[in-house]
Every structure is written in C-alpha cells, then in structure tokens.
Design a protein around this ligand. Structure first.
Ligand SMILES: *Cc1c(COP(=O)(O)O)cnc(C)c1O
Length: 468
C-alpha cells in the first residue's frame, strides 16, 4: 500500500514511511492511494474472530509491503493483551437499538490507548530495524499525554518528553503521567498554559539543529497509524450487529476528527455504515460546518469534556480531500486560505455529499450533565461527559431506527469523577489501575515557560543526543 498527501505535493510513501513522517513534507496528511475493498463474503468470514485476529485482517492491506505479517500480528496481540477485557472493545446494550462500545479498558482508560499502544510498538519495531533512536516531544492537556507515555515507556529505541501546563491538568491525569517510573519517560510541568506548552513544542521542532541532533518526532493525532488502529473497532462492532448483511451507524464524540474518520475508513473499505454522527461540546466548529457548509475558527472555551476543547479538527482535511475528488492542489489552496482567514466555505454539492454520511449535534455542559443523569436513571450505568455527548448526538440525529446505533464510550467515568458526581451525586468507583496511583511517588521536572530552558533539558536527557 502506498500513501499520498492530501496536498498533492509530497512524495508517496509506504506504511513505514508515513508512520515515521507524521505530517507530509507539503504540510498535508497522508491517506491511502486507494481503498482496500473487503467484500461481504470476506467480512462474513470474520464474524467469529477474536479482536486481535480481526485487527490483523482489517489492517493487513494497509501495511502490505512494509511489515512482516507475522511480526505485525504479534504486535497486535501484545497490544490487545494490555486491555483488561477479553472482548477488548465490549458492547453493552442500552436498549432502543443503541449499543455502547466501551473503549476504556486500556492502560489509561480512554480510547487513545487502541492507537497509541500499537503505535509505540510499531515505532520501536521499525526503529530497531533501522538501528535509529528518536526523541518524542509532545504537549498535553490531559488524555493524550498519559496514553502516549503508557505506550512509549520502556521502549528501547525512543525517549518521550511530555509537557503539561503546571497545575492545570486534573489530579488523575497528572498522576497517570508522573507516576510512570521508566528511564525513557520525562514529564515537564511548564509554568504556563496549554497553548504555551504547544508553542514550546513548535519552537523545538522549528530548531533545525535540535530537531536533527535528537531526531525529534511526534505521536499526534494526525499520524495515519493512529487512525488505522481505530478502524478495527468499527468493524468489530459492525460485525457483531449484523454487518455486512445489515447496516450499522455510529455516534462519536469528536475533537480532532480522528476517531470518527477511522469510521469513515471502515466504510470506504466495505463496512456498510449508514451514518456517522458526531457530537461536540460548545466548541462546535464541526457541527456548525455540518449545519452551514462553513468551517469557521472561534476561540476555545473550556468545557466538561476537555478532550474535545479544540479549535481546528486536524483530521478533517482527510475527508476534505475525498470531498474534492482527491484534488491535492484544491485542498492545499483551501487549507492555506483557511489558515489565513480562519474561514472555509465548502461548495454546496461537496457539502451535500458529506451530509449523506455525516450528521452532528452540539451539547453544552448543562445538557451533558442531563444526559449522564438520564443514562444512569435508565440503565444504572455511569458514563463520562464525552461519551454522554456521543450518545446524545446519536439519539438526536439518527434517521432510521431499524439500523443499530453504536455509541462510542471514549473514556472511563472515573477519569472525570467531578462531572459524573455533579450529574448523579455518585462518585464512579475507581478501577484498580487508577486507585493504585494515589500512593505512588511522582517524577516531573518543573520548568519556566522558556524555550531555551526546555530545549536544554531535553538535550541533556535525550539518549538520541548522546549517540549523535
Ligand atoms: C481525544 C478524545 C476525544 C476526541 O477524539 P478525536 O479523535 O480527537 O475526535 C473524545 N473523547 C475522549 C475521552 C478523548 O480522549
């Protein structure tokens, strides 16, 4: 499988190339040159497979030519073994044709573990083959940092430096990062806010010497390998609910458009997906686009679902590429104008094409709390605020009630205990992995909001720099 850039001006790469590159050299995102097509007979043959075996089948054509199938299958099996439920992504019936897919049984209790646990192993594998070390640098306001650290800890070929705004991530989120005791993990609490952290990371990547000396790399949500790993659970749920012989719809709480785009990939590869319904909080750039064909940047407001407090949904560019008939030059022009003006207006027929598959709805904090309360009253289950928004969007925008709807539960309720308690009066019980964090010592450097200070720290601790 070869991958091309959404902006049409970067070299085509194989899977290994796009894994390491992240962003394409023309600032576009990599997508498969063509979609594999799993026909109905093939999919029927998958119905009884366990999750890791299904994962190997779904992902095989996407990594063809770059990875040895047996070695890749072993990485998938190791990844799945890190999840504490035998189904890996279990489905729970909520009634009325709605099914909750619990994506929070991984090491950090959010769906990002599916992608990052695999990507950590892929990086290590590919780098060992090349005899190369890298230094991963990132900024986090919560979930991504802990999932990336859990995925990268103790890997031989990389170090990870994760910046977070000091005093501005939740207790649980900080402890999930700082209690990790591994020689290649470095937490940095920056005296500043999340934007400061992101600016520091950008400045480090812009420093050519630092970048090449330490072979700086990222594991952010535009990495194709992350999208691909998430595609598996769409097939998993679909097959359990009657695909390929029946249609299935999904409701997805959305920030960067990575998770729901993985559902789009599943559809392109042959899963009969009827609708992809996105939910957003008050940061509703995507749902406003679906209402109006206008994508317009506004400032980010904090909400009860912080992992969706996002200004621009970076993976949307991948969908745009298909809406514009895979015309890279057109996408490059649109994205450049969007950067400049903060506004993108998609032509009516192309917008309409998106609406055949996508729908969306937004919910503010009060509505989010009401959904948590209702679901608890009706089912006895506690759900997290992100999951609540997905369920609510699905219920509001479902067009055919005979089609089963899978709502993605993207985080465990115990990761967001304050919102759950506010809604229901109940504190969600902590899974053992979270409870164990309380007594553990924390390891974290505290640094000023200063590029030189942070760069020096990274340079003096990264093993890639020592070897260089
Ligand atoms: C990251 C995250 C999201 C948003 O996912 P995207 O792929 O960015 O759309 C939703 N819910 C939770 C709990 C998350 O951590």
């Amino acid at each position: 499988m070869r991958y091309i850039s959404t902006r049409g001006a970067a070299p085509a790469l194989d899977f290994e190339g796009v894994l390491l590159a992240g962003l394409a050299s023309d600032s576009g995102l990599y997508v498969p040159e063509s979609w594999p097509a799993f026909d109905a007979a093939v999919q029927r043959g998958w119905r009884d497979l366990d999750y890791p075996s299904l994962g190997a089948r779904v992902m095989a054509p996407f990594v063809a030519g770059a990875l040895d199938p047996d070695e890749f299958a072993a990485m998938i099996a190791e990844t799945c073994a890190r999840f504490d439920h035998p189904d890996v992504a279990p489905l729970v019936d909520l009634g009325d044709g709605v099914h909750l897919m619990e994506l929070f049984h991984g090491p950090t209790l959010a769906f990002k573990d599916y992608a990052l646990q695999l990507v950590g192993r892929l990086f290590d594998h590919v780098l060992a083959k090349r005899g190369q070390r890298i230094t991963i640098v990132g900024a986090t306001s919560g979930d991504t940092g802990s999932a990336a650290i859990a995925a990268c800890r103790d890997r031989a070929m990389l170090d990870i430096f994760m910046l977070h705004p000091k005093g501005r991530v939740s207790d649980v989120q900080r402890r999930q990062m700082t209690t990790v005791d591994a020689p290649n993990v470095y937490n940095i609490a920056v005296d500043g806010n999340f934007d400061d952290c992101q600016d520091l990371v950008k400045a480090m990547f812009a420093d050519e010497r630092l970048r090449s000396d330490l072979r700086l790399s990222a594991v952010n949500s535009i990495n194709w390998a992350r999208v691909l790993a998430q595609t598996v659970y769409y097939f998993w749920a679909g097959l359990k609910l009657g695909a390929p012989d029946n249609r299935v719809s999904f409701a997805v709480p959305t920030g960067n458009f990575g998770n729901v785009y993985a559902g789009y990939v599943a559809k392109q590869a042959g899963l009969p997906v009827d609708q992809l319904i996105v939910g957003s909080n008050r940061n509703d750039i995507l749902t406003r686009f679906l209402d109006s064909a206008r994508m317009e940047i506004r400032s980010v407001e904090p909400s009860l679902s912080p992992s969706m407090d996002i200004q621009v949904s970076s993976n949307f560019e991948r969908l745009l590429f298909d809406l514009y008939g895979r015309d890279g030059a057109a996408v490059a022009k649109i994205m450049q104008d969007f950067r400049k003006t903060g506004l993108m207006v998609v032509e009516p027929d192309r917008w309409q094409a998106a609406l055949d598959l996508f729908a969306g709805a937004r919910f503010d904090d009060e509505e989010t709390l009401a959904v948590i309360r209702e679901v608890h009253a009706a089912t006895g289950m506690l759900i997290d605020p992100h999951t609540a928004i997905g369920i609510a969007a699905g219920r509001a925008r479902r067009r055919d009630r005979s089609v089963p709807l899978v709502a993605l539960a993207t985080a465990h309720p115990a990761k967001f205990p304050d919102a759950v308690e506010k809604a229901t009066g109940l504190v969600p019980p902590q899974p053992p992995a979270l409870a164990a964090l309380a007594g553990k010592p924390e390891k974290c450097a505290e640094l000023p909001n200063d590029v030189a200070a942070v760069s020096d720290y990274v340079r003096s601790h990264a093993a890639a720099g020592v070897a260089a």
